[in-house]
Design a protein around this ligand. Structure first.
Ligand SMILES: [Zn+2]
Length: 96
């Protein structure tokens, strides 16, 4: 999407909505077909799954991760047990 198109979008919608749209347009193709943790199949046509599964977008890395409800629960339990530490973020250093 170029600057001109983006400006046109902004006219039609609010700034935030245009940004969201732009982001989802660019990242929807990257949406995985299964859970990023346990590889459980995700049906993109299923509304129930769309509501219960979690999508995590990493704009910097241009990656989209998908987590099934079970893995979300597990992840939350892990986070509770180890507050303040994020092994994945820490090892990468945040530089591109
Ligand atoms: Zn899973």
């Amino acid at each position: 999407m170029n600057r001109k198109e983006r400006r046109a979008l902004k006219k039609l919608t609010s700034d935030k909505a245009a940004k969201d749209l732009e982001e989802s347009l660019g990242l929807f193709d990257l949406l995985p077909d299964n859970c990023s943790t346990c590889n459980k199949d995700f049906d993109k046509k299923s509304r129930e799954m769309a509501f219960t599964w979690s999508v995590v977008v990493k704009k910097e890395e241009k990656t989209v991760r998908l987590f099934c409800p079970e893995c979300m629960t597990k992840a939350q339990q892990v986070l509770k047990g180890a507050t303040g530490t994020s092994p994945e973020e820490g090892s990468k250093g945040g530089q591109s």
